[in-house]
Design a protein around this ligand. Structure first.
Ligand code: BGC
Length: 762
């Protein structure tokens, strides 16, 4: 009786507080991206009122996330008993409605569920893979793509997604490079924040916004040998300077949740690391959001050799501050015991539950957790498809374009469409396309057939059924198609299954017999335009000389076909730039633009090709420099590289002060002119090097970029503000600071740009 009375009183309080918050919105409180201090207090108070009523079992229930796919019969009962805080991978709106109804109306305290799903690069309208989106360097487009993904997902009842993935990686063998924003810290910070803005919007689920989850905290992208689930061993300075910054940016962008990684960080699994989760995330960054484990990453600490059993895994994860457990059940099995034994303080559990409840309050789930059915009509809408097409257009990187092979001349009468990726509706969707449907995909072949002028004959013969196959029975047909066409469009690459989680490769060439097919096509003497459809950077060194033009299309999603067809025809102009260095050979891994100089940097004069070395040359006669005898010291294409159908000329870089104090701000600017005949977009990039200091610094670091559009003949002045924030780094004393000294500053169209100015901090 007493209990019921308490519930009644608390609910009255919650409702009054809730009504007050609705009233605020109705009164026209401006829509905020980040939660205001008032809302924060309100949500906290609501969570605290509820927490007071919860039994330990109910609290532990909130800490549990279960997979919707594995326990369809069990799940409703568990929800009713208050033993589930979240369900992932349930996107049937009727089932979600049923689960939420049970949670709200039948469970004792009526706490709604978080419904999680990997909406990583689109829901039903699939956008280019994240690495490709990063290649667009267009933050507005990326934000828009995430907004659309949220709106579509909300229609099915999904209120939380496990994105953005902001793991920097410098190893293209790693399958998850497809999901990563690439090799660079600054670009990753910006990409992650844009995604969070797009997904979360004003934070209210019924408005079509869903909670973001910054993952995988942290340093999951530092793999051993490019294999998944391995560890990161790295000094704290570099860890912070390179790999943790995007997560700090996610905190600043108010990401509602974080996910702890599978990997270890300096010999401690991330999901049990007190340093990472407690000291850095909670104490130093004061992160208030909720922290979820990755899929069974708590119990995998046993396999890592960090915990002797499930109980110890539960203990170490809770001690480090993981709030919710994905799929494994160690918290539910052992936390009660650990509390009784005095090893875990109930206050720790309360803190975790509070964060989960606050997230549910923030999303407005207590008011209405049901699928936002009105958003159903937006799925695959014209607006969404158009945005996906634009994202695919801006993601494509023009790598080579000899003698203006592209755009295709209007004089051609026939094209041969060849290659296993030309009509691969499933594979163009990329790795995380759980909810995409291949039937929705507009393939390259379809688009060419639909969009190319009527007088152009399309001779289609894939040559190979899939990217991995070595069966060459389609070769003859492909060669014949090539022979009777003016131009060959060769769609090569990788199927979706060859990248993504646990899908790593030791070789980075075209799989299967694709290169052999290309060799046969070369023999026809016809011009070849190669379009690479892949989930990672492949090594193109041997392929490039064989083709006239190469367009790197990545896996471009639902609208990849029309996007590429527009680029081939010149209806759109390529504007993507590489978000990761393209290598000459797998053996160069890891090679990236922001490397250190060494005491013996390589140079042109002291590098001898291996075959030119005289017999029995004296060991030191070649000059001892930091390079490969067989592959030199530069990559195939630098970070930030990408061509356009027009040309951009950069003027002299100007800075308004070249001697500044550490707290000063100055402007660096440059004039960029479109000197060609076509309108185009250019990504203007600023790089900085700190020449000396208490610790060595990278030879170049991206510190700013702007994507601008220029008409033929047009000039724009692009300005970058340089401040303490631009230059901060972790110095020898582990202070995040700026040190006096000399700096170089480059502005150009890629990371190997040579024009620079110098400035000094005094
Ligand atoms: C992945 C996460 C993902 C989770 C849920 C894990 O295997 O590492 O990135 O969010 O599964 O599907």
């Amino acid at each position: 009786m007493k209990n019921r009375y308490l519930i009644g009183v608390a609910f009255l309080a919650i409702m009054i507080l809730g009504a007050w918050s609705c009233f605020q919105t109705a009164q026209g409180t401006p829509v905020q991206k980040a939660v205001t201090a008032d809302e924060q207090t309100l949500n906290r108070n609501r969570a605290d009122s509820l927490l007071k009523l919860m039994t330990l079992a109910e609290k532990l229930g909130q800490l549990q996330q279960l997979d919707g796919g594995i326990s369809k019969n069990e799940l409703p009962k568990l929800i009713e008993q208050g033993k589930v805080g979240s369900v992932l991978n349930e996107v049937d709106p009727e089932r979600v409605t049923m689960y939420q109804k049970i949670a709200l109306e039948k469970s004792r305290l009526g706490i709604p569920l978080l419904i999680g799903r990997d909406v990583i690069h689109g829901y039903r309208t699939v956008f280019p893979i994240p690495l490709a989106q990063s290649a667009s360097w267009n933050l507005d487009l990326v934000e828009e793509g995430s907004r659309i993904s949220a709106v579509e997902a909300s229609a099915k009842g999904v209120n939380w997604t496990f994105a953005p993935m902001i793991d920097i990686t410098r190893d293209p063998r790693w399958g998850r490079v497809a999901e990563s924003p690439g090799e660079d810290t600054h670009l990753t910070c910006e990409m992650g924040s844009a995604m969070i803005r797009g997904l979360q919007g004003n934070g209210n689920y019924q408005d079509g916004n869903i909670a973001a989850c910054a993952k995988h905290f942290a340093a999951y992208g530092i793999t051993v040998g490019g294999r998944d689930y391995t560890g990161a061993n790295m000094g704290e300075r570099q860890l912070r300077d390179v790999y943790l910054r995007p997560f700090k940016a996610a905190v600043d962008s108010d990401a509602m949740s974080f996910m702890s990684g599978f990997n270890e960080v300096n010999d401690i699994p991330a999901s049990g690391s007190e340093w990472l989760l407690k000291e850095v995330l909670r104490e130093e960054w004061e992160y208030q959001g909720m922290l979820l484990s990755d899929w069974t990453s708590i119990t995998e600490m046993i396999d890592h050799g960090y915990c002797k059993d499930k109980k110890e895994a539960a203990f170490k994860a809770m001690r480090a501050g993981v709030d919710m457990e994905m799929v494994s059940t160690s918290y539910n099995e052992y936390l009660e015991e650990l509390i009784k034994e005095g090893k875990i303080d109930i206050k720790q559990v309360d803190t975790a539950v509070r964060r989960i409840l606050i997230m549910k309050f923030r999303l407005g789930l207590f008011e209405n957790p049901y699928p936002v059915l009105s958003n159903d009509k937006t799925i695959l809408s014209k607006e969404h498809l158009e945005a996906a097409k634009q994202a695919a257009i801006e993601s494509a990187v023009l790598i080579k374009n000899d003698k203006n092979a592209l755009p295709l001349s209007d004089k051609i009468n026939s094209v041969a469409v060849i290659g296993p990726m030309a009509d691969a509706p499933h594979d163009q969707l990329g790795t995380w396309s759980f909810d995409g449907k291949k039937a929705d995909s507009q393939t390259y072949l379809n688009a060419i057939r639909n969009d190319f002028p009527e007088n152009v004959t399309v001779n289609y013969a894939p040559g190979l059924k899939i990217s991995r196959t070595i069966k060459k029975d389609g070769f003859n047909e492909a060669i014949n198609a090539a022979k009777k066409s003016d131009v060959i469009l060769f769609f090569a690459g990788e199927e979706a299954i060859l990248s993504g989680e646990a899908h790593c490769r030791a070789h980075l060439d075209l799989p299967g017999a694709q290169e052999e097919l290309l060799d046969e096509l070369v023999k026809t003497g016809k011009p070849i335009v190669m379009i690479v459809v892949a989930g990672r950077p492949l090594v193109l060194t041997d392929l490039l000389p064989k083709v006239d033009a190469l367009l790197y299309a990545w896996q471009g999603g639902t609208m990849a076909g029309p996007a590429i067809s527009d680029l081939l025809l010149g209806k759109a102009n390529p504007s993507g730039k590489l978000p990761i260095t393209f290598l000459r050979a797998v053996g160069q891994i890891p090679m990236f633009h922001s490397h250190k100089n060494t005491g013996r940097p390589a140079n042109e004069n002291e590098w001898t090709q291996m075959y030119e070395i005289p017999e029995e040359a004296w060991q030191t006669s070649l000059g001892n420099r930091s390079h490969y005898l067989d592959e030199g010291y530069v990559p195939l294409f630098p970070f930030g590289y990408g061509l356009s159908y027009t040309n951009f000329k950069y003027g002299k870089i100007k800075i308004d002060k070249n001697k500044i104090t550490p707290t000063d701000t100055f402007t660096a600017q440059v004039e960029v002119t479109n000197t060609g005949k076509t309108e185009g977009k250019e990504v203007v990039q600023m790089y900085i090097r700190d020449l000396f200091g208490s610790v060595t610094r990278p030879v170049k670091e991206l510190k700013g970029f702007q994507k601008i559009s220029l008409k033929p003949g047009e000039t724009k002045t692009v300005k970058f503000e340089v401040s303490r924030e631009t230059l901060n780094f972790w110095n020898a004393d582990m202070d995040f600071t700026v040190e006096p000294g000399k700096f170089k500053l480059w502005i150009g169209g890629h990371s190997a740009t040579k024009e620079f100015v110098e400035f000094e901090i005094i």
